[in-house]
Each structure stands twice: as structure tokens, then as C-alpha cells.
Design a protein around this ligand. Structure first.
Ligand code: NZQ
Ligand code: ZN
Length: 387
């Protein structure tokens, strides 16, 4: 296990009605709020009214940025930056899923930066002096509520890129499972896949002696396997929603990466290229690509880790590592299918075009992946196998 520092300063307010503590938390950091949300789900579930009433009762000034789309666009970010500057905003409150939170983080980063917000995504600028933000999460998936990452799409250049800074970790996040009752089957399934995929990205990575991290990772996978299907058939099952919600935060708050030099993240890199062009739901793209990636990188050298997953997570009883690995990968595919996710790009109405462009863009900063290094040709090969 490698040396590490682990510091996650995000305060989690977990449980039913915890949203009532939002204004109190905001006041610790600011008094002029940018309230951000998406296409209207927060209004339908009563969260918007709840938050706005609280802001008013507490004499907190606020302006709104609404309509942030899934796969959030840089244009929304620019709009938010202008609103912040015009209104001397000192706190951002994101209410919604990962897309709303990510756009809010990019806004937070860019308000006090002279150049364009896209510079952060192109690694041309570093985050300094970010505006503090908090979140009220409504969808179990990205972990954005407890990490410093944001993923933004540039619709003009058809690029989807990530940025990260500890400064962008939310000061607090409200996780009330009842706000996720209304998430439909498709997004519940996609969110469950995303959580599992985050675990895979750090699990299938070079590591030595990280037994505890691996066993935590396996437990989070088992949580998704147990409760994902329950949430699909019983959307108002509190236990299922609560477990998925907390699993989502734990899966990508740095916990399972501790003691390792780096995760793999090739699958996410490839998926981002697909959704940059086709605006595919992130988790659906991962459901297609992650099992394909697993098969592609499976070799004598990597088989023992896949076999470990097969035995510990999918209860595969097979002494031979390679055979166990293959059964484990098949189990991942079957599980994603059982959630109703697409299994191929064709299922998702994505044709075999633009693969060369995706390969080049995925490797714009060099080879990707750490479990197995991949170049643009590998990315194209994986996409072809995903067709
Ligand atoms: O826009 P609204 O009306 O709010 O509807 C949303 C949206 O249509 C809806 N929704 C959210 N909460 C709901 C709800 N509908 C009913 N009831 C609720 N309670 O769900 C749809 C999808 O929302 P979105 O925020 O896009 O989903 P998700 O949380 O999965 O976020 C996906 C984005 O996060 C990025 C992805 O690439 C994608 O752009 N990621 C961010 C990461 C991070 N910051 O760490 C890591 C991830 O790997 C990922 O890349
Ligand atoms: Zn993801």
C-alpha cells in the first residue's frame, strides 16, 4: 500500500428532511446565492419550493440558473459565471443530479478567473479562489456531491472533458433518499451502473497490498447488485434508495483509490467521447463499454484481479483464474442487461461512425488507462467490439 493523504471536507447531511438544514449551512460560507438546477424535476418533487422558501425565510439573496442539461454544456457554465459576477454571488447551491452539480463546480472555478471557463477543461488553467458551493443531491450516481470533479461538454467542438480540484469539493451535501424516489427506471439503472463503474475504475488498477480498499470496493459493488434491482421495481423503497445514495458517494470520494498511485479510467475516457458526440446518458454508455473493456484487457497478467472480483462479488466457484475471470465479466454484462441497460452501441442507436475521431480525442493528452495502457487504436478497437 502506498503512502497517502486522505481529506474529504464535504459535510454530509444524510436522511429524510435533512434539507431543512440547508440555509444554516449556507450561512457558514456566504449570503448571496446562485441557485442552480436542471430541467424541472426539482420542482416536480417539491424540492425547489422547500429550498427557495428556506432562502427567503433566512434573508438570503438568490438568483437562479435553470435548465442545466444532462451532459452539462459549457454555455450553461458561461451563463452562470456571468450571473455570479453581475450579482456578487458568494455561494452556489446546486440542487439536482451530477450534471447540475458539475456545471456548478465549473462556474465556481471560473467566476474569479479572467479567461474562459473551458480553459480548465483543456488543462490550460488551474482552479484558484473558487466560489464555495453546496449541493442537494437528487440522483445516486456520480459521487460529484463528495468529490472535486466536474465533467463538461463543449457542444461546438463536440468534446466532453473533466476537471478537478480540492477547491471544488462541496462544503456540504444534503442526501435525502426520498428525493430520489422519483428517478425513473432508466436513470436509476444508469446511476447504478455508474457507481459500479467508478468502483471498477479504481479496483482494476495497479495496486499492491490494498486488501482493505478492495474489500470496501467489493462491498459497494454488492450493495449495487442487491439494491439496484429493488429500486427499479420499488422506487419508493427507502432502504434501497438510501443504500444506493450512500454507495454513490463512497464510490467516488477517493476512498477506494487510497493507497494506489492511480486508477484506470480508460472506460470513462472512452464513454465521454461517445456521449460528447451522441449525448448518450453516461451510465448507459458505461454499461455498454465497461464489460467490453474488461474482455479487451483480460490477459494472463490481469486475470487474477478479474478472478478476485468474480469470486468475491459474483460468487463464482472456479479455481482457474482465467476461467473465473471470464465468468465474472459475463456476470457484469448479465447484471447490466438485467437492469435494462443497452448492451451494445447499436442498441443505443449509435452507428459505427466517428470512431477514429473518438479514439484521437480520448488520447489527446497521451495514452489512457493504467491497468493496461491504451492508445487511440485500442480505443477504436474497443468501440468496434462495442458495436
Ligand atoms: O434535469 P432534471 O429535470 O433535473 O432531470 C434529470 C435528468 O434528466 C433527472 N433527475 C435527476 N434527479 C431526479 C431526476 N428525475 C426525477 N427525479 C429526480 N429526483 O435525471 C436526468 C439525469 O440527470 P444527470 O444529473 O445528468 O444524471 P447524473 O447524476 O448521472 O449525472 C451525469 C453527469 O455527470 C457526469 C457525467 O459524465 C454526466 O455528464 N459525471 C460526473 C462525475 C463527477 N463529477 O465526479 C463522474 C462521473 O463519472 C460522470 O462522468
Ligand atoms: Zn461515471
Amino acid at each position: 500500500m502506498q503512502n497517502f493523504n486522505y481529506h474529504v471536507p464535504t459535510k454530509i447531511l444524510f436522511g429524510k428532511d435533512k434539507v431543512t438544514e440547508t440555509a444554516k449551512e449556507i450561512k457558514e460560507h456566504g449570503s448571496r446565492v446562485l441557485l442552480t438546477y436542471g430541467g424541472g424535476s426539482v420542482k416536480r418533487i417539491g424540492l425547489y419550493d422547500q429550498v427557495v422558501n428556506q432562502l427567503r425565510e433566512n434573508d438570503l439573496f438568490f438568483v437562479e440558473l435553470s435548465g442545466i442539461q444532462p451532459n452539462p454544456r459549457i454555455t450553461s457554465v458561461r451563463e452562470g459565471v456571468k450571473l455570479c459576477r453581475d450579482n456578487q454571488i458568494d455561494f452556489i447551491l446546486a440542487i439536482g443530479g451530477g450534471s447540475v452539480i458539475d456545471a456548478s463546480k465549473a462556474i465556481a472555478a471560473a467566476v474569479n478567473y479572467e479567461g474562459d471557463a473551458w480553459d480548465f477543461l483543456m488543462q490550460k488553467a488551474r482552479v484558484e479562489n473558487a466560489v464555495p458551493l453546496g449541493t442537494v443531491l437528487t440522483l445516486a450516481a456520480t459521487g460529484s456531491e463528495m468529490n472535486g470533479n466536474a465533467v463538461i461538454t463543449n457542444e461546438e467542438t463536440r468534446e466532453k472533458r473533466g476537471m478537478g480540484s480540492d477547491q471544488l469539493r462541496p462544503k456540504f451535501s444534503v442526501l435525502d433518499p426520498t428525493y430520489t424516489f422519483s428517478v425513473n427506471k432508466y436513470h436509476t439503472a444508469a446511476g447504478t451502473v455508474d457507481i459500479m463503474s467508478h468502483i471498477f475504475e479504481n479496483y482494476f488498477a495497479p495496486a499492491d497490498g490494498t486488501f482493505v480498499q478492495d474489500i470496501i470496493a467489493e462491498s459497494i459493488l454488492k450493495t449495487c447488485i442487491k439494491y439496484g434491482p429493488v429500486a427499479l421495481v420499488e422506487p419508493e423503497n427507502y432502504e434501497a434508495r438510501a443504500n444506493l445514495l450512500w454507495a454513490g458517494s463512497l464510490a467516488l470520494n477517493g476512498l477506494t483509490l487510497t493507497g494506489k498511485k492511480t486508477g484506470d479510467w480508460a472506460t470513462h475516457g472512452i464513454e465521454h467521447e461517445v456521449s460528447a458526440i451522441y449525448d448518450l446518458t453516461h451510465g448507459a454508455g458505461l454499461a455498454i463499454i465497461h464489460p467490453v473493456w474488461m474482455k479487451y484487457v483480460l490477459s494472463v497478467e490481469t486475470s487474477s484481479k478479474f478472478a478476485q472480483m468474480a469470486r468475491n462479488v459474483w460468487n463464482v466457484e472456479e479455481p482457474d483464474d482465467m476461467k473465473a475471470a471470464e465468468k465474472g465479466i459475463a456476470a457484469v454484462r448479465e447484471f447490466f442487461n438485467s437492469l435494462g441497460m443497452p448492451a451494445t452501441l447499436t442498441d443505443a442507436q449509435i452507428p459505427g461512425e466517428h470512431f477514429e475521431e473518438m479514439g484521437k480525442k480520448a488520447c489527446i493528452f497521451g495514452k489512457i488507462g493504467s491497468f493496461k495502457r491504451l492508445d487511440a487504436a485500442d480505443v477504436v478497437a474497443i468501440l468496434k467490439k462495442a458495436l
